[in-house]
Design a protein around this ligand. Structure first.
Ligand SMILES: [Zn+2]
Ligand SMILES: [Zn+2]
Length: 377
């Protein structure tokens, strides 16, 4: 078991979401790898705090942690949170930083970096991660399918190749800040004098200005374009699963890596089948005679009709199993089963003949007692 997450973040067990976020932000700034280059202790603390924040900032995970002290690692670490094999302890640092950035803590980045060196127009930047949603039907989720999703993403401008300009001297030194990227302003309050330095407003702190922007992208270097992306949806996928498509987020800037695309897969209900993990359930009506005498009937399965034997003397709501007619396992081999609940259907309208047949049938039955409550003597 790792350290207590509340202790790691230095908050009480009753801490609000805001307190948790604030506390994490502080720790992340302090131990950020950019500010602590080659400092393994700081890196360990950064990883630990990030893991704690992931668990405590998620209502479900926090509840599970509070109740059981253990949380499954849903990020793909081989072991649970709090172990040396957890995602946050294993993942490489660049990927971890990218993830933290995607949580909206961009402000903790560059804090250290900018202090050492102002950003240049040539800095490679990683593109943003994107999210898309797709809905597939029940059968597609059972057997897997290929789908196209159309995703608007920022793509490198084909005309300027992402440079923002097509002329060799398209960029020039910013006149406002003289290329430093910073502007200093002095404020006087009585005898006191404050000076503050801000990124230059004319060039956004780059120190360079574009004087001949690319006609196609207007100087941004990237263009919003819909991209059709083929998804290979695996068999056995469950409603609400997320698929990661590497490098299909926004393209990076200045040759930076592209972000990833996360596709949330929704699965429509089926009119007959329900899913419970890899098992499929359904209900089927049978008649009194089928239940009493037994029968073999056709049952819909995801593979098409199958024969199901109803044993004689079957009671209503009995659940019968069709082995191997469930959902193929998402990873590896094997399939779930299909569970068929038989519902005894009592006839509501009887002809004269049916009525007398049933009455005769009742007379044939050995005498039975009326229902009595046993007082236990
Ligand atoms: Zn362009
Ligand atoms: Zn400037």
């Amino acid at each position: 078991m790792g350290k207590d997450y509340y202790e790691v973040l230095g908050v009480s067990r009753e801490a609000s979401e805001e307190e948790i976020t604030q506390s994490y932000r502080k720790l992340a700034l302090k131990y950020h790898p950019d500010r602590n280059p080659d400092d393994k202790d700081a890196e360990a603390k950064f990883r630990e705090a990030t893991e704690a924040y992931d668990v405590l900032s998620d209502a479900d995970k926090r509840k599970m942690y509070d109740e059981t002290g253990r949380v499954e690692d849903d990020m793909g670490g081989p072991q649970g949170y709090g172990s040396p094999g957890s995602y946050y302890q294993q993942v490489d640092l660049a990927e971890l930083l990218r993830r933290v950035g995607s949580w909206g803590f961009e402000d903790i980045f560059g804090g250290g970096r900018r202090r050492r060196r102002r950003p240049s127009v040539d800095d490679p930047l990683t593109g943003n991660d994107l999210r898309a949603d797709i809905t597939i039907d029940f059968m597609e989720a059972v057997f897997g399918t290929k789908k196209m999703v159309s995703v608007p993403r920022k793509q490198v401008c084909s005309k300027c190749k992402g440079k923002g300009t097509t002329s060799t001297d398209g960029w020039e030194t910013c006149e406002t800040c003289g290329g430093t990227g910073a502007q200093t302003s002095v404020t006087r309050m009585g005898p006191m004098q404050f000076s503050s330095t801000r990124p230059c407003s004319a060039c956004g702190g780059k120190g360079m200005k574009l004087n001949d922007p690319c006609k196609k992208c207007g100087g941004e270097g990237r263009i919003d374009k819909k991209n059709k992306i083929e998804l290979d949806i695996p068999h056995g996928i469950e409603d609400g699963s997320t698929m990661r498509v590497a490098d299909k987020g926004d393209d990076g800037v200045n040759g930076g890596a592209a972000g990833d695309l996360y596709v949330v897969v929704h699965v429509d209900d089926h009119k007959f089948f329900r899913r419970h993990g890899y098992d499929i359930t359904c209900e089927i009506p049978i008649s009194i005679t089928q239940a009493a005498l037994g029968d073999t009937i056709n049952i819909p399965t995801v593979d098409g009709p199958a024969r199901l034997a109803i044993p004689k003397g079957t009671q209503t709501h009995t659940v019968l199993r069709l082995k191997g007619k469930g959902v193929p396992h998402l990873r590896g081999r094997g399939r779930g089963d299909q569970y068929v609940r038989v519902i005894l259907h009592t006839p509501q309208k009887l002809s004269m003949k049916e009525r007398s047949l049933l009455k005769n049938f009742e007379k044939q039955r050995p005498s039975k007692k009326e229902y009595e409550v046993d007082d236990g003597v």
